[in-house]
Write a protein of this length. Structure first.
Length: 286
């Protein structure tokens, strides 16, 4: 029961995180926002990770964790751009469908998925197709295709981040791996900001949402990690997998993003498929 509660808590926190991205994403520079979120999250995560199993991280684990930070940068940037365009009911199911790709990645490592996983993957694809075909309105400035493109980047990035982080922590040290990945991502974003020189000042004025997003992300990550040592830990990953539906409901309630029956059906199919993938061990958040 405790694992299920922690999974639901993670879904709520990640859903609030993505909802906050939607609220502020169109008004700030994504790279600067991402750096603020990474740094604030790292400050909160560092004391928690300090007591983790750092000895378990060998050279291979360090390399995979750093690489996870690189892929996370692309995933988070795609997420921020996608939610900045919207609508949430279109981009959230795509961004959240990364467990489907995790199935293929695990298969490539010699861990073939079972029937439940493949059925779940097909349901996810069908739901996304249903939502995309019914979403003729809602994307700002006719940017529906652009929103889908960024959401696909986020989906791919999160799938690789999740896989690399899992492989890096196979010997233990889940929170240390998360901290290394986060710091690596922050270092990469600093380089990108130095190269592309985005306007920093407007985003810095949104420091409160940046801090909130960092806290929400780390809180969700810690909840899922703590659940990993409990009885029926798989319930946590399944429950956490519905975070995208939380974001959709928040946008529907507070941002006035209306969904028709077909869109509700498509979203429901996507997250039903994600739950099925979670039952096979492929759920979670990037």
């Amino acid at each position: 029961m405790e694992a299920l509660f922690l999974g639901l808590l993670a879904a709520l926190l990640w859903g609030l995180h993505d909802f906050t991205v939607r609220v502020v994403g169109g008004r700030v520079e994504p790279l600067v926002l991402l750096l603020g979120v990474l740094l604030s999250g790292a400050v909160v995560l560092a004391p928690v990770a300090a007591g983790g199993d750092w000895v378990a991280l060998d050279a291979r684990a360090w390399g995979l964790a750093v690489l996870a930070g690189v892929t996370y940068t692309g995933a988070a940037y795609g997420l921020y751009r996608a939610f900045g365009i919207g609508p949430v009911y279109l981009v959230a199911p795509i961004c959240g469908a990364f467990p489907m790709i995790s199935v293929a990645l695990e298969g490539a490592r010699g861990n073939p998925a079972g029937m439940v996983a493949w059925v779940g993957a097909l349901v996810v694809l069908g739901g996304i197709a249903l939502v995309a075909r019914s979403s003729e309105e809602g994307a700002a400035g006719g940017g529906r295709a652009e929103a889908i493109g960024w959401a696909v980047l986020a989906c791919l990035g999160f799938s690789f981040t999740f896989a690399l982080s899992q492989w890096a922590s196979e010997g233990g040290g889940h929170l240390p791996v998360a901290l290394v990945a986060r710091v690596s991502a922050a270092a990469l974003v600093v380089v990108l900001i130095a190269v592309f020189r985005p306007e920093v000042a407007p985003t810095l004025r949104a420091w409160k949402p940046m801090l909130l997003m960092g806290l929400l992300d780390v809180g969700a990550l810690t909840s899922v990690t703590l659940a990993g040592g409990m009885r029926n830990a798989e319930y946590a990953s399944v429950a956490a997998s519905i975070f995208g539906m939380v974001t959709i409901l928040l946008a529907w309630r507070f941002l006035g993003e209306r969904l028709g029956p077909v869109q509700w059906l498509g979203c429901g199919l996507v997250f039903a498929g994600i739950v099925a993938l979670g039952l096979t061990g492929h759920g979670g958040h990037g």
